[in-house]
Design a protein around this ligand. Structure first.
Ligand code: HEC
Length: 144
């Protein structure tokens, strides 16, 4: 019985269902203004995902395309370029994290194109790829 429980706990501990543990995520240090800019950017990403769902529910996927390109796509890159260096999150990201961000923006632009084309299977695939990068980055990195 105890052995079974131990095996169960071992499986649970190794299962992705348990989520990312604080200790498993790399802490990324950056000045407060950069962290705050990153957070705002993130909230717009979440809002963009909602806009996609809302546009799909309304049967008008193309309506979400400009917002998606601006906040999830390549259009979101370099948006902090005019800010002082300590408010630009990009320069504080480790290389692998930066690459993940770039991939996320590439997938975001593909999503915007798919929405414009009103191509449901392509939209679904792009949504899957965009959200995969949200999950990958959040389960690997943290600010706090
Ligand atoms: C390249 C890395 C990366 C990618 C890609 C990424 N995020 Fe984030 N996100 C972060 C980090 C780092 C934080 C801060 C976590 C913390 O506070 O420790 C964050 C925080 C957030 C927050 C909380 C903001 C707040 O007010 O605290 C939301 C919401 C969020 N992300 C949504 C998204 C969504 C939706 C996507 C995908 C479309 C996404 N993120 C993609 C790195 C990323």
């Amino acid at each position: 019985m105890i052995r079974r429980l131990a095996v169960f706990l071992l499986i649970l501990a190794n299962s992705p269902l348990t989520g990312a543990d604080e200790a498993d995520r790399h802490k990324v240090d950056m000045p407060a203004p950069a962290a705050s800019a990153l957070r705002e950017e993130m909230l717009m990403k979440l809002q963009a995902l909602h806009q996609v769902e809302a546009a799909l529910a309304a049967g008008k996927p193309a309506d979400a395309a400009p917002f998606v390109e601006r906040h999830l796509g390549m259009g979101a890159m370099g948006q902090h370029a005019a800010l002082p260096p300590e408010a630009r999150p990009g320069r504080y990201l480790p290389d692998a994290m930066f690459a993940l961000g770039r991939q996320s923006h590439r997938n975001g632009s593909e999503l915007a194109e798919a929405l414009k084309a009103d191509d449901r299977p392509r939209i679904d695939a792009a949504l899957r790829d965009v959200t995969a990068t949200c999950v990958a980055c959040h389960s690997t990195y943290r600010l706090h």
